[in-house]
Design a protein around this ligand. Structure first.
Ligand code: EPU
Length: 428
C-alpha cells in the first residue's frame, strides 16, 4: 500500500493536459457490448476503473486490447455470463452492464454496485426504466436479475434527474422494438458522449443533452471508432488548484462550456480565469472573496467539484456556504480538512467555511475519490508536509496525478506505507 506525500505551500505554474472523462469512459466501455463488431475508444484515462471494466468485458468473453489510452473491444464472442460478485462490486458504474447486457442478450445478472460512499445511492430509476421496457427485475442476495422475452420501447418519466438512469435506459433501449422516450432526462455532457458513440454504432437517438431523449430501436449495432470527451471534473480540479496556488496555470484539452458554473464562481471570488477554445488559463489572487455554492444537476455547479472547491474556500475572506443538493452527505473530507487547520462547520446538507486560514500539513485519509482530490489540493495549499492515504480512491479517477502535479512545479511523491501504518489505517 502507498501514501501520497505533498510538500505544500509553493506556487504552481505551467500547463497540465486533461485526460478523457472517467464518467464517460465507464459508460462507453459497457456500451461496446451492444455492437456485433469491434469498437475502438480513443483517449481513455489511465485509471483503475478502466482496467476493472476491461477485466469484466473479458470475463463475459470479450476480446479487449488496451494500449496508449486506446481500447478496442471485439464483442462478438460475448455471452450473458452472470456477474453477481467480484469486480462488479469495485465500481459504481458496473450498473451500466445491466443496461448493455439486457439490451444485447435480454438477460443479465449483475451484483449491486460499489463505488464511493456518498450516502444512499439508490438505483430505483434505472429499474423503473428496465421494467417499463418489459424486463422483470429482481434483487436476489445482493445481485440484480434482469430478464425479458423482448424489450419494447416505452415512455419513461424519471422521478429523479439521474445521469446513471438516463444512460442505462438508453443502453437498454437502443436495440428494443419501437420508440422509447426518456422524460426528465439528465443533460450532463457524458450523456451526449455515450449517445454519440451509440449513434456511430448505428443507434437512432435524438435529444441527448436535453431533458427529453427519443430513441428508435434498431435490430443490430456495428463497430466504430470514437474519441472520448475531456474530463470536465479532472479539468475543474486543476482549475481549482490553479485558483488556489496558481501563478499562471494553463489547463489544456478542456471544453470550457462544460465548466461555466465553476468559471463564474471563481470570477466572483476574484480569481483571474480566461477561457480559450480548448484551454483555460487561471491565476490566483492574494485576496479571494468568500462565495456560496449550491450543487445542482448540469449545467449547475457539479457535486463532483464541491469537495475540491471547499479546500479553495479555506483561503477566501469571510464565510462561504457550500450546499450539496445531490448528495447531502458528501462531507467526509471536512473532518480531514479540519485536521489541517480549516475552520468548517457542517449543518445538515451545508458546510460553512470561515477564512482565510493558512492550512497546515497533516496526515489525512481520502474516504472517496473527490475527497481525495480535495485533500491533494489542500496539501498543496498547506505549509509543510501532508500525507494522504486511501489512494485507491484517487487512482479510480485521476490519471497520472503525480506526474501532472509535478509538471506544474509541485513536489509530490508516492511512498510505500510501513506495516505499522497499514495496520493503523485499518483501525481508523
Ligand atoms: N438517484 C435516485 N435513484 C436513482 C438514481 C439516482 O434517487 O435510481 C439519486 C441519487 O441518490 C443522487 C441523484 O439521484 O442523489 C443523482 O444521482 P445520479 O444517478 O445522477 O448519479 P450517478 O449516475 O450514480 C454520476 C457520477 C457521479 C456524480 C453523479 C451526479 C458516474 C459513474 N458517476 O453518478 O460521479 O456525482 O452522476 O452528477 O457517472 C464522481 O465522479 O466522483 C462521482 C461520484
Amino acid at each position: 500500500m502507498e501514501k501520497l506525500k505533498i510538500a505544500g505551500g509553493y506556487p504552481l505554474k505551467g500547463t497540465v493536459r486533461v485526460s478523457g472523462a472517467k464518467n464517460s469512459a465507464v459508460a462507453l466501455i459497457p456500451a461496446t457490448i451492444l455492437a456485433d463488431s469491434p469498437v475502438t475508444i480513443e483517449g481513455l484515462p489511465d485509471i483503475s476503473d478502466v482496467e476493472i471494466l476491461k477485466g469484466l468485458l473479458e470475463e463475459i468473453g470479450g476480446q479487449v486490447k488496451l494500449s496508449d489510452n486506446e481500447m478496442t473491444v471485439n464483442p462478438s464472442g460475448m455471452i450473458s455470463m452472470p456477474l453477481p460478485n467480484g469486480k462488479v462490486k469495485k465500481l459504481r458504474a458496473s450498473y451500466y452492464l445491466m443496461g448493455a447486457m439486457l439490451g444485447r442478450f435480454k438477460k443479465a445478472v449483475i451484483g449491486l454496485p460499489g463505488g464511493c460512499h456518498l450516502g444512499p445511492r439508490p438505483i430505483d430509476q434505472h429499474i423503473k426504466g428496465f421494467e417499463a421496457l418489459g424486463a422483470s427485475v429482481t434483487n436476489e442476495q445482493g445481485a440484480i436479475y434482469l430478464r425479458a422475452e423482448e424489450l419494447k420501447g416505452a415512455r419513461i418519466y424519471l422521478d429523479v434527474v439521474s445521469v446513471g438512469a438516463t444512460i442505462n435506459i438508453m443502453l437498454a433501449a437502443v436495440r428494443a422494438k419501437g420508440r422509447t422516450v426518456i422524460e426528465n432526462a439528465a443533460k450532463e455532457p457524458e450523456i451526449i458522449d455515450v449517445a454519440t458513440l451509440l449513434t456511430n454504432m448505428g443507434a437512432r437517438i435524438k435529444g441527448a443533452g436535453t431533458d427529453v431523449i427519443r430513441i428508435d430501436g434498431v435490430d443490430s449495432l456495428h463497430g466504430c471508432r470514437h474519441t472520448i470527451i475531456p474530463d470536465r471534473i479532472e479539468a475543474g480540479t486543476y482549475i481549482i488548484l490553479g485558483a488556489a496556488m496558481g501563478d499562471g496555470v494553463l489547463v489544456d484539452n478542456v471544453i470550457p462550456q462544460h465548466l461555466e458554473s465553476l468559471i463564474a464562481k471563481l470570477s466572483e471570488m476574484g480569481v483571474y480565469v480566461e477561457a480559450g477554445d480548448d484551454q483555460i488559463f487561471v491565476r490566483s489572487s492574494p485576496r479571494l472573496k468568500a462565495v456560496d455554492i449550491k450543487t445542482l444537476v448540469y449545467p449547475g455547479f457539479p457535486t463532483d467539484l464541491q469537495q475540491p472547491f471547499t479546500s479553495l474556500l479555506t483561503r477566501a475572506e469571510g464565510s462561504s456556504m457550500v450546499t450539496d443538493t445531490i448528495y447531502g452527505a458528501r462531507f467526509k473530507h471536512i473532518d480531514e480538512l479540519r485536521r489541517m487547520n480549516a475552520n468548517i462547520k457542517v449543518e445538515g446538507r451545508s458546510a460553512i467555511v470561515s477564512g482565510p486560514i493558512q492550512l497546515q500539513g497533516a496526515k489525512v485519509k481520502a474516504s472517496d475519490l473527490r475527497a481525495g482530490a480535495a485533500l491533494v489540493i489542500a496539501g498543496l495549499m498547506a505549509e509543510g508536509i501532508t500525507e494522504v492515504t486511501g489512494l485507491e480512491h484517487i487512482d479510480r479517477g485521476y490519471s497520472n496525478l503525480v506526474e501532472k502535479l509535478n509538471g506544474l512545479g509541485a513536489t509530490v511523491w508516492r511512498e510505500a506505507m510501513t506495516e505499522e501504518e497499514v495496520e493503523q489505517l485499518k483501525n481508523t
